[in-house]
Design a binder for this molecule. Structure first.
Ligand SMILES: [Zn+2]
Length: 125
């Protein structure tokens, strides 16, 4: 992910590495209208990575058990922490796409459609 706004692709998602902007600088899209949804995705992906690590531990059986555990622990931390901003970006993009697909056109009117119907109303009068 480019770590940019999923709607306009201009505004950055993060103000620092792990701090998210509340909304897009360019188009004012609110990134996390329901923050619980993106956290659910974060838990799932963290669980997925943990699963990968467990499999890696079963495949690679180090001669020195203690050194092996430390290496796996460090690798796991790096993997989970380093992918966090990227995963957060993916979560926000998915959230945005899902919301846009399920958006009710009557309760969340598209600005273009609204201006068009208003123009028609003016013409009728
Ligand atoms: Zn934007």
């Amino acid at each position: 992910m480019r770590r940019r706004c999923p709607r306009c692709g201009v505004g950055p998602l993060f103000q620092s590495v792990y701090t998210l902007h509340e909304q897009c600088d360019a188009c004012k899209l609110v990134y996390e209208p329901r923050s619980g949804d993106t956290w659910a995705f974060m838990y799932l992906t963290t669980g997925f990575f943990t699963g990968l690590i467990v499999v890696a531990m079963l495949i690679f059986r180090p001669d020195n058990q203690m050194a092996g555990r430390i290496a796996v622990g460090v690798a796991a931390t790096i993997l989970i922490v380093c992918t966090l901003p990227a995963r957060k970006g993916v979560a926000i993009a998915l959230e945005y796409l899902i919301q846009r697909q399920h958006a009710d056109p009557y309760t969340v009117p598209d600005p273009y459609t609204v201006s068009e119907t208003e123009t028609h109303r003016e013409l009728d009068e």
